[in-house]
Design a protein around this ligand. Structure first.
Ligand SMILES: Cc1cc2nc3c(=O)[nH]c(=O)nc-3n(C[C@H](O)[C@H](O)[C@H](O)COP(=O)(O)OP(=O)(O)OC[C@H]3O[C@@H](n4cnc5c(N)ncnc54)[C@H](O)[C@@H]3O)c2cc1C
Length: 89
């Protein structure tokens, strides 16, 4: 599978430390329920910091969804996700 840039459609908290993120879905992009992908943030210094997350949308949905517990103390990718907003990639 290749690399894709996708924009955030919406991002919000479902608990104090868990984010729900909806993104665009690339054309003809397929996955199996339960499958994970590696995500990085398209922002200076973060493009190569990949972390695995499981798709929480369904294969036929026209968006991708991720449900992500954040670890602000790690100063890693999940902490950086807390800064993101709509249209970030
Ligand atoms: C196949 C797979 C699918 C996953 N799917 C999801 C998902 O859908 N949603 C989700 O929220 N998470 C998921 N995870 C976990 C997620 O990848 C990590 O939470 C994420 O990588 C943390 O990144 P970070 O840069 O914020 O933290 P980093 O500090 O980079 O942490 C990297 C790894 O080290 C572990 N770690 C670091 N410090 C500690 C500590 N003090 N105590 C315990 N563990 C520590 C983290 O759990 C993490 O796995 C998945 C992991 C795998 C392997």
């Amino acid at each position: 599978m290749g690399n894709f840039n996708v924009k955030i459609i919406s991002i919000g908290h479902i608990t104090h430390d868990v984010l729900q993120i909806f993104t665009e879905k690339p054309q003809k992009f397929g996955f199996i329920p339960g499958q994970a992908t590696e995500i990085s943030i398209n922002k200076d210094g973060w493009q190569n910091e990949k972390r695995p997350f499981t798709f929480t949308s369904l294969p036929n949905d026209d968006y991708l969804q991720f449900t992500i517990k954040t670890y602000p103390l790690h100063k890693g990718v999940t902490n950086e996700l807390l800064q993101l907003k709509k249209n970030d990639e």
